[in-house]
Design a protein around this ligand. Structure first.
Ligand code: BGC
Length: 768
């Protein structure tokens, strides 16, 4: 008996100690939240004063669609509790519910609750909804901000007509690792271009009037560092230095805040040991503090509960405490808030001010969308019919698809082909594919809705014969989840080789399937999947007159092709109008003008490879010793550098001039001439190098670009101005500064330097 008592006493003390430890830990974790209810409208403040704690927690909760489209009931019995919460006004948002009628029915339940607060409906509208423009990485290669903005505006119009009022885009993660499958969703490796594109996308989605029925709230994601997953493996650890964090990763998010982005999504990863969803420094200090972001933060899908796996949170209650205190306002699919946040507040682990802050932000976004005035404004079935798949969206998708194509190589002007060309063979499964070119991240769109390359050729009236050659498992309905590429099916090789033998020119359409990139689709090899490389080499043996059209959601390793194939056209995944864009480019109706926004490596071993590297202490090249920074089996240089892209026109650059008399606005200009007989667009790029820094600076950094059109023989002076914004950088304390000293500058058609000029900055004025 006595023993039992002693045991119970011990157990009690032990439990008490653990509880105290947790209490102490939580006390330390409590953030300082500015209590500031004044900033909310009358409507929001009134609601805040009327809401119960449970209703507030409900607003901070987002559920995945649990709705049966045929009636206002949950799909599965398991979801009855979610329905009850919805009816009680204890759900703030749902994702993956779309269609005007469907959204309307669900909204009705929400607005019939006690306070009638409408839901906000989120969806991944990444590069279109029903009509798809090119994957974001492809679009970024157009460097055409106007078209990119228009593509996002069209996506918003289509999605809004289907009841959606919030997209989880743009993804503004900078990434230098082509193995990472989500590079397809971003704007490439460069921060300067990434910022410009991020702003264009936010402007496109949100327009000038967020309350209009055709604009939707956007979401900058994934905050932060997700694109730096170690070894390119999705969801993997991120460990980066402060210089990279401040100068490379964070600026595109800041750009979105400047463009008034309404929401930000945190991320799955651990950044420098801290799980992003529970990262107080990133969310409270930087985003909501320093940058004054007024919208709300949503977690990524289940990223809250994944903090347990990371070893950052003990259990789901701890997840709720950490996330809320770190400033993650809405919980997507972790169920941490709905299950534990109320108790956490009651137990004093989360202050009421934290809750009010989050709910105030969420309600304000709803108010800006006009949902309080009319919760059903996105639910007009007639408008849905009129707008979805509108032909004008297709026209715009074609325009940007044409500008997204990158001509990597064109020896002896092999391209364009003439329409009179006889005896054309087309080889490759992707040429006849109407689904893969739609790319990844296309929730809402329908399979088989892309114009295939063959259809594009037909439309131009091109005479060709077709053989598949190698199979990609594109018709497997499970392809979206299980990536199976037929590794060894050579059964159609012979027919393709025979066809090539008897043709004058062979167009080979090879590459990745659209679902071989995107979330969870990291690769260790960057070659043509399956037996496609082998097919290419076999066809080459019988007919070297090949035009290679490559498709992918990431940079590929094309070293063999570069050595052997005269013309290579990289087309990424161009969306609904793929075939028309490619056919018109092959036959000269479209003059390619895209430039790479991600470096193409020679081999996977070079990855991560990017243009704005530091010099190292042993940059070389040295010929007689081995002790310099290089590989013994591969060059350092990429196969195709950032900014590279050819045209059917030829452009020359001359007369680069720098005027640094006005130190606040350094003028740099060059003359660009179209020396060919074909009119065309050129992306003129300006790069600087800050020669010496307290924190070392990259050997070149993009700081300006302009896409211009030049008629045959025409010249144009292109002028750039460099201000402290372009000349400065963040030191390792996150302080922005411009250091006096020498700078190099060049203007070129790619990141390959030419005609380097210099100037000096004399004063060391530091910006506020
Ligand atoms: C992705 C997010 C996406 C979310 C909702 C997650 O798996 O990482 O980017 O917005 O799902 O679909």
């Amino acid at each position: 008996m006595q023993r039992a008592l002693r045991f119970l006493l011990l157990l009690f003390c032990f439990t008490l100690t653990i509880a105290c430890q947790r209490q102490e830990k939580i006390q330390k974790e409590m953030p300082v939240v500015k209590e500031n209810t004044n900033r909310y409208s009358q409507k929001v403040s009134t609601l805040l004063s009327q809401m119960t704690l449970e209703e507030k927690v409900g607003q901070m909760t987002q559920f995945n669609g649990f709705w049966d489209a045929t009636g206002p009931v949950p799909k599965e019995e398991d979801n009855n509790w979610k329905y009850d919460l919805l009816a009680e006004g204890k759900v703030g948002s749902v994702l993956n519910v779309s269609g005007a009628e469907n959204v309307c029915k669900m909204q009705e339940v929400a607005v019939n609750s006690r306070l009638g607060i409408p839901l906000i409906f989120g969806l991944d509208v990444i590069h279109g909804h029903k009509t798809l423009s090119p994957i974001p990485l492809a679009e970024s290669c157009s460097w055409n901000l106007e078209l990119i903005e228009k593509a996002s505006a069209n996506a918003a119009k289509e999605a809004a007509a289907r009841g959606i009022n919030w997209t989880f885009a743009p993804m503004v993660d900078i990434s230098r690792d082509a193995r990472w499958g989500r590079v397809m969703e971003g704007a490439g490796e460069d921060t300067f271009l990434g910022c410009a594109i991020a702003k264009a996308r936010v402007r496109g989605f949100q327009g000038n009037d967020l309350s209009a029925p055709h604009t939707i709230a956007s979401c900058a994601k994934h905050f932060a560092g997700y694109g730096f997953a170690e070894a390119g493996r999705d969801y993997n650890t991120v460990d980066v230095g402060t210089s990279t964090l401040y100068n490379v990763i964070l600026p595109p998010f800041k750009a979105c805040v400047e463009a008034d982005v309404q929401t930000v999504m945190n991320s799955f990863n651990v950044l420098n040991g801290v799980a992003a969803t529970g990262d107080e420094f990133l969310q409270q200090e930087i985003l909501k503090g320093k940058w004054d972001f007024e919208g709300f933060i949503i977690s990524d899908w289940g990223s809250g509960k994944e903090m347990i796996d990371h070893g950052f949170a003990e259990d789901l209650e701890h997840v709720a405490i950490l996330s809320a205190n770190a400033g993650s306002d809405m919980d997507m699919e972790s169920y941490a808030y709905t299950r534990h946040l109320k108790t956490a507040v009651e137990n004093g682990h989360v202050k009421m001010a934290v809750i009010d802050e989050a709910v105030g932000r969420i309600l304000t976004v709803k108010e800006k969308l006009g949902l309080f005035d009319d919760p059903f404004k996105y639910c007009d079935v007639a408008r849905e019919k009129e707008i979805v798949n509108h032909p004008s969206f297709r026209e715009d998708a074609l325009e940007i698809a044409k500008e997204s194509i990158v001509l990597l190589k064109n020896d002896k002007k092999r391209l364009p082909l003439t329409k009179k060309q006889q005896n054309i063979a087309v080889i490759g499964a992707l040429a006849d594919d109407k689904t893969s070119p739609l790319g990844s991240w296309r929730i809402g769109s329908d399979d088989g809705t892309a114009v295939s390359v063959l259809e594009g050729l037909d439309k131009l009236g091109i005479n060709y014969k077709y053989a598949k050659g190698a199979t990609l498992n594109t018709n497997d309905p499970n392809f979206i989840f299980e990536i199976k590429v037929n590794e060894d099916d050579r059964s159609e090789f012979d027919a393709a080789i025979d066809l090539a033998k008897n043709s004058e020119v062979v167009i080979m359409v090879l590459g990745e399937h659209g679902f071989q990139s995107g979330e969870g689709r990291s690769r260790t090899r960057l070659d043509l999947p399956g037996v496609q490389q082998e097919l290419l080499e076999k066809v080459f043996e019988v007919n070297p007159n090949i035009v290679l059209v490559t498709m992918s959601g990431r940079p590929l390793v094309l070293d063999w092709a570069d050595k052997n194939i005269p013309a290579i056209l990289h087309t990424w995944q161009l969306g609904s109008e793929t075939g028309n864009a490619i056919a018109s480019t092959l036959f000269g109706d479209n003059n390619p003008s895209g430039k790479l926004t991600m470096t193409f490596p020679r081999s996977v071993g070079q990855v991560p490879i990017y243009y704005n590297v530091y010099n190292t202490g042993r940059p070389g090249p040295l010929t007689d010793v081995v002790f310099w920074s290089h590989y013994i089996d591969e060059e350092n240089s990429p196969l195709y550098p950032f900014g590279h892209g050819l045209s059917y026109s030829e452009f020359s650059y001359s007369n680069t001039q720098v005027n640094s008399t006005n130190q606040e606005k350094i003028k740099v200009s060059a003359t660009v001439t179209n020396t060919s007989k074909t009119g065309g667009k050129e992306i003129v790029q300006l790069y600087i190098r800050d020669k010496v820094g307290r924190v070392v600076r990259p050997i070149k950094e993009l700081k300006g670009f302009d896409k211009i059109f030049l008629n045959p023989g025409e010249s144009k002076e292109v002028v750039f101005y460099l201000t402290e914004k372009e000349l400065g950088y963040f030191d390792n304390n996150g302080k922005f500064l411009v250091e006096p000293g020498d700078f190099d500058v060049f203007i070129s058609g790619s990141s390959t330097p030419q005609d380097i000029k210099s100037f000096t900055i004399f004063s060391d004025e530091v910006s506020p």
